[in-house]
Design a binder for this molecule. Structure first.
Ligand SMILES: C[S@@+](CC[C@H](N)C(=O)[O-])C[C@H]1O[C@@H](n2cnc3c(N)ncnc32)[C@H](O)[C@@H]1O
Length: 397
């Protein structure tokens, strides 16, 4: 028997075992490792059973150097593809079923099949369509490619996966809140500290193409080069009501801003953004704060003791406490100005450690003096002389 015949024989056995495992529902996953193919960017492939609209498919994840590509195939087609991949591109195939593990290995002189006890005990769970339906899908959005979030084919670049999830999550949270605002009271949305405009584009796209509103969306950013880049891309993106303005948040005229958002505007820039929303009487203010240096400095230099000194003497706890105190005080000031607030984590820490979101909705009520008192008490307790937001909104004392 020639070496080629032997390869086919072992490969046939391997693929037959896979076929059986799929048919009797014991297939868990298959991994292709040790690449040698012409495509040097392709490092490995993982294959799992998935259910797509009720049908069993094999989901292939092609791990390339800089991105992952996903394809789903019916089992028969998948086996044909695996035969090709194990002949032209990978030296090893690891098959995991609930009955046994099987290694197909062509590294030695002749191909080998090695069987061992099953390392996966549980029944395989059929993952549902892994390409989660997102409000801002990666495909068909040229602006995402121009911003460097996806490639030209609409695949999210590995380096931008976290940002892609963040903007989608942010839009998911905004969606019902925006939909609840009547069109005539949603004339203008400001995104403060827009940076490269990822969120600004996503929100403008959602508002124009899903909510079908003609709301003006403006990204405010003090880095001129980013503003120019974003305006150029916006001009090519058929988002007629989107623009970017160069300048500082604190000096920006927020008149008519019915909605104000900010994603990771640095330190006190978040306070400036909140203040602009309060000043404009915005219906909705949603901010994901960034670093919390101002209040940390105040707490560190306070010259009196609190019951929490045993906690705050540790740098890491001081950092966390300063973050909580900063944002809780922001919420109290917003409540004072008649907003109802919620503070929560909007995304897992694996996607960003700056994952707290403050959502403030304007209520039909006046100022809440009780919140102002609580705010002042909290300041006194921690020895904080000023919260930056006080000055930004012009609060006395
Ligand atoms: C961490 S980046 C976040 C950018 C964007 N929102 C995002 O999440 O991708 C913060 C941006 O806010 C801008 N920025 C900070 N303070 C600002 C201020 N006072 N006025 C205008 N832009 C500001 C910075 O230049 C930077 O681009």
């Amino acid at each position: 028997m020639s070496a080629m015949d032997q390869t086919l024989t072992k490969l046939d056995q391997f693929l037959a075992e896979l076929d059986t495992a799929i048919a009797d529902g014991t297939f868990v996953r298959l991994s292709l490792r040790n690449p040698f193919g012409a495509d040097e960017t392709l490092k490995s492939i993982d294959i799992k059973p998935v259910a797509i609209r009720g049908e069993l498919k094999l989901g292939f994840t092609f791990h390339h150097q800089r991105r992952d590509l996903i394809q789903n195939h019916p089992p028969a087609g998948a086996i044909g593809q695996l035969r090709k991949l194990l002949t032209t591109s990978f030296r090893q195939g690891f098959l995991y079923a609930t009955t046994a593990d099987l290694l197909y290995d062509t590294q030695g002189k002749s191909p080998k099949l090695t069987r061992s006890a099953a390392s996966s005990k549980g029944a395989p769970t059929l993952e549902h369509d892994r390409t989660k339906k997102r409000l801002i899908p990666a495909g068909g959005k040229p602006y995402l490619a121009e911003l460097g979030v996806t490639d030209a084919e609409g695949n999210v670049l590995k380096t931008s996966g976290d940002k892609f999830r963040q903007i989608n999550r942010y839009v998911e949270i905004l969606a019902p809140l925006l939909a609840a605002i009547p069109a005539e009271r949603m004339r203008r949305i400001l995104d403060m500290g827009a940076g490269k405009g990822y969120l600004t584009f996503a929100v403008a796209d959602y508002v124009a193409n899903t909510l079908k509103r003609e709301t003006e969306v403006v990204g405010v950013e003090f880095r001129d080069e980013l503003v120019k880049l974003c305006n150029d891309i916006a001009g090519r993106s058929q988002l007629d009501h989107l623009s970017f303005a160069a300048g500082s948040i604190e000096n920006f005229d927020s008149t008519g801003a019915d909605v104000l958002i900010a994603l990771h505007a640095c330190d006190t820039a978040t306070d400036d953004a909140i203040a602009k929303g309060i000043e404009a009487g915005s219906e909705l203010i949603v901010v994901a704060p960034c670093c919390h240096k101002q209040i940390r400095r105040e707490m560190e230099t306070a010259n009196h003791q609190t019951d929490l000194d045993f906690v705050l003497r540790h740098g890491i706890f001081m950092e966390r406490e300063a973050e909580m105190v900063t944002d809780a005080m922001r919420a109290m000031i917003l409540e004072y100005y008649g907003y109802s607030t919620k503070v929560f984590e909007f995304i897992g820490t694996e996607h960003t450690p700056k994952n707290v979101l403050i959502v403030a909705q304007k209520m039909k009520r006046g100022r809440d003096e009780g919140q102002l008192k609580k705010f002042k008490d909290a300041k006194a307790y921690f020895g904080i002389r000023k919260h930056y937001l006080e000055d930004a909104v012009g609060l006395e004392g």
